[in-house]
Design a protein around this ligand. Structure first.
Ligand code: HMG
Ligand code: MG
Length: 299
């Protein structure tokens, strides 16, 4: 299979990137990050997460973020909404797109959203229904597609089953999360082969974390299979609070550099993106995990 001509990047830095930070991050810092990412040409930004502030304190300012951001034409500002309470709050804040998040692992599902996989799917149904009434598109996530911090290996058939359930429910796209970054390229291909038998390739996205340094290799492998939507986080920020040891998502700068080299269009200004990565890591005092970002900053 040939590489896609265009890839849509889903920037998850303000959400996945910042949800796991040990120190509180000021709302204006989040808003400025979102604005800088939009200015760099990012067209899809996951800006907030309408989850319980007791579970994820870093996302407690979801209302302030969602209502405070400066909207740019052509940019989608999305938020996570695990249940109706989250969706209703997000709708009140004028969200235009939301995401539900499930898992291919029972143990992770319980740790992350406090219910079984089957219960989560039942919980998502009314979220999808209400979102449809409000004309808001819903993305679906499946976590632990290439391994689970509690269960270890995850069968591709299980990933396919949960992905299909989300797609059949009405999620316009299903993002496949290697939550703990244990995947390797052939495993990623095998998993994708199984899922794409049940969900069209054009409706799937790759959401790879880089804990073991495999994310770019895994992405290359799934791009070859036809994946054309990639989730990434500026400066490689992030991790999941319910997946111990999970480090950041693949860095957006590194993905854009790879795609540029493959002649695949993203519409993103790499220098401006890298500058936003330098800015946010210096502002919050974290290492910049983007190799490309660090190289560009030192020129
Ligand atoms: P629960 O405790 O089962 O829910 O949590 P509940 O309905 O029994 O409610 C308990 C309390 O939470 C109540 O408050 C509710 O009002 C409140 P109390 O009466 O105790 O004061 N509550 C809420 N508050 C704000 N917003 C809400 C909400 N819902 C209930 N939406 C729940 C269930 C899902 C809410 C909880 O488990 C939770 O918030 N989990 C968050 C998990 C999370 O955010 N994880 C990180 C994101 S997922 C991820 O990073 C993976 C991904 O990147 C892909 C990948 O990498 O694999 C997407
Ligand atoms: Mg993630």
């Amino acid at each position: 299979m040939a590489f896609p001509k265009q890839v849509r990047l889903v920037e998850v830095g303000p959400r996945d990137g910042l949800q796991n930070e040990p120190e509180p991050i000021a709302t204006p810092t989040k808003l400025e990050l979102i604005d800088r990412l939009g200015a760099a040409g990012t067209r899809y930004i996951e800006a907030a997460s309408f989850v319980s502030p007791k579970w994820v304190p870093q996302m407690a300012d979801h209302r302030e973020v969602m209502t405070g951001l400066t909207r740019r034409d052509g940019v989608t500002y999305a938020a996570l909404t695990p249940n109706l309470k989250g969706l209703d709050a997000a709708l009140e804040c004028g969200v235009e797109e939301v995401a539900v998040f499930g898992a291919a692992s029972e143990a992770f599902s319980r740790k992350n959203i406090n219910c079984s996989v089957a219960e989560s799917l039942t919980r998502f149904e009314p979220v999808l229904e209400r979102a449809r009434e409000a004309n808001v598109r819903v993305r679906g996530y499946v976590s632990c597609v290439l391994g689970c911090p509690y269960e270890g290996e995850i069968a591709p058939a299980k990933v396919a089953e949960v992905s299909k359930a989300l797609y059949d429910m009405g999620c316009y796209e299903v993002s496949l999360g290697d939550t703990i970054g244990t995947g390797t390229p052939l495993a990623a291909k095998r998993m994708l082969e199984a899922v794409s038998r049940d969900v069209p390739m054009g409706k799937l996205a790759a959401h790879f974390h880089d804990t073991y340094g495999q994310a770019l290799a895994n992405l290359y492998a799934v791009l070859e299979e036809g994946i054309a939507v990639v989730d990434s986080s500026v400066a490689g920020l992030g991790g999941c609070p319910y997946a111990k040891g999970a480090s950041g998502n693949v860095a957006s700068e590194d993905v854009v550099y790879l795609l540029n080299g493959l002649g695949i269009d993203t519409g993103i200004d790499l220098d401006a993106l890298a500058a936003s990565g330098t800015w946010i890591t210096q502002t919050i005092g974290r290492p910049n995990r983007s190799k490309v970002g660090v190289a560009l900053a030192s020129r």
